[in-house]
Every structure is written in structure tokens, then in C-alpha cells.
Design a protein. Structure first.
Length: 270
């Protein structure tokens, strides 16, 4: 593809951002800890749900040392409502690692970031771009939608391996922060105005039904034990509305993952 085509694409994205870019709280900071928190929250949760939780979470844990030193129960309570509680536990573990191994400073390299619990390539790349102005090609759901829509017409089952060279070729290496924000906002615009282009990705999957799922039960158990420590299987079955056998199985998984502690058949947050 010609450089002229790339320039037209860049102009399209940046013009839209200038006219309709979103003002979001994590875009008003370059603090690496605050950006780390926002990116972990945004991994599997939509922006409108994240905004109030992000602000309240930072009030509770204003810096990496505060998060590292907080009881897990307090972190889960502050996270409640975002779902995927493994992210909260991993974020606390990452804070502990940053304090213990990095002198309280969030790593500023891809290798250092992906070594943190719960941080993959895309999240690390976003932290690098938004906190440190380091340009690394990556894909996330909104960026994927943009490249599928603009470069692949009606093609189906497009692999990320076909998209990433285009991400790299069009990347603004002087200002990756603005460029990636602009891409994300254009992707959000596309999803709001047409069928989601991401469905044409080879990697698109439909999220499993939440109602009645083990994911729902996990969240319910953690909420109950955050509020009321020391419940047994029967009490948790009653409070969550799930069968005792399912509650027992999920409790076993949460124990194995380090979320819970058990004493004499009663459970609490570890």
C-alpha cells in the first residue's frame, strides 16, 4: 500500500479524534501507576463502567505502595462491580512486585511490564505508549475494528498477523499516545454506527452467557465473603442462590487460586 494511502488513513483517524475525541480521566495523567490501573480495568470492561470505579479505586489506593500494602479483601471490595476479579488480585500482586523488585517505580520496558502478574503484550504496550511515549505495535478490540474496516473491506476470518504490519506501518512513533487514543475512539465510533467489524476477525469469540455461569458464582461468593467473612458452604449456597455442589466446586477453585482461606469449614478472603 502506498504512503499516500497511509497518510489519508492517518488524517481520517486524527480528524475524527480532533472533532469527537473522548475526555476520560486516565487520559489526563501520565502517571504510570494510574495508567497501569486504568489499563487493567479496561481489559475486559467497557469504558462507562470503568470511569467511576477508576476514580474511586485511586482514592482508596492513591499510589502503588498503598495498593501493595492493602488487604486483598479491601482491593476486592473496591473492585466490586467490574467483574473478572482475577484482575484485581493480579493488579495487587503487580503492585507488590513493583514495590519489592522495582523500588516502587512501574517498569518502563516491555520486558519489565509483561513480567508483572496479569500484564500481557497489549496491556504492556498501552502502558508504554500512554505513560512513557514508547511506540510498540499492538492490537486491542477497537484498534482491530479500525484496521478491519479500513483495509479489509468485507473479508472474513482476517488474522491478526495480517493486521499487525499495517499497525506498524501507520504508527506515529513521535506521538504514540495521541495516535492510539485516536484509533481507539474511531473504533468505538465504528462499533456504534455499524455492525461490529471485529466480528470479521479470525480471533473473534462470542462471550459466554453470564447468567447462571461459574463466573457469576465466583463474583457472588467473593462479594459475600468480602462483606461477611467466615461463611460455610451452606450459608454461601443460600446467599448466592446456587446449588451446594457448585458452590463447593467454585470454593475449591478460589482456594487454589489464593483468593480464599479456609478454617474449620468456614471461608474468608485470604
Amino acid at each position: 500500500m502506498s504512503e499516500t494511502a497511509y497518510e489519508e488513513f492517518r488524517s481520517l483517524i486524527l480528524d475524527h479524534y480532533e472533532e469527537a475525541g473522548r475526555d476520560l480521566p486516565w487520559r489526563r495523567t501520565r502517571d504510570p501507576y494510574e495508567i497501569l490501573v486504568s489499563e487493567v480495568m479496561l481489559q475486559q470492561t467497557q469504558v462507562p463502567r470503568v470511569v467511576p470505579k477508576y476514580e474511586s479505586f485511586l482514592r482508596a489506593f492513591p499510589d502503588v505502595a498503598a495498593l501493595a500494602g492493602a488487604p486483598l479483601a479491601d482491593v476486592l471490595a473496591a473492585w466490586s462491580g467490574l467483574g473478572y476479579n482475577r484482575r484485581a488480585k493480579s493488579l495487587k500482586a503487580a503492585a507488590e512486585m513493583i514495590v519489592n523488585e522495582h523500588g516502587g517505580r512501574v517498569p518502563d520496558t516491555l520486558e519489565g511490564l509483561v513480567a508483572l502478574p496479569g500484564i500481557g503484550h497489549a496491556t504492556a504496550s498501552q502502558i508504554l505508549a500512554f505513560a512513557f511515549d514508547v511506540a510498540v505495535p499492538f492490537l486491542e478490540t477497537n484498534i482491530r475494528a479500525v484496521y478491519l474496516h479500513e483495509f479489509f473491506g468485507d473479508a472474513d476470518s482476517v488474522p491478526d498477523s495480517a493486521l499487525l504490519p499495517l499497525v506498524e506501518a501507520t504508527l506515529d512513533r513521535d506521538d504514540p499516545r495521541t495516535w492510539y487514543y485516536a484509533l481507539m475512539d474511531y473504533g468505538t465510533h465504528l462499533k456504534a454506527t455499524m455492525p461490529n467489524p471485529s466480528r470479521r476477525s479470525a480471533h473473534h469469540t462470542q462471550q459466554a452467557r453470564f447468567e447462571g455461569s461459574n463466573r457469576q458464582l465466583r463474583g457472588a461468593i467473593l462479594r459475600e465473603l468480602t462483606a461477611n467473612r467466615g461463611q460455610d458452604v451452606g450459608a454461601l449456597a443460600l446467599s448466592t442462590g446456587f446449588e451446594s455442589t457448585r458452590v463447593e466446586a467454585v470454593l475449591g477453585a478460589l482456594l487454589a487460586e489464593g483468593f480464599l482461606a479456609e478454617v474449620g469449614g468456614t471461608f474468608g478472603i485470604a
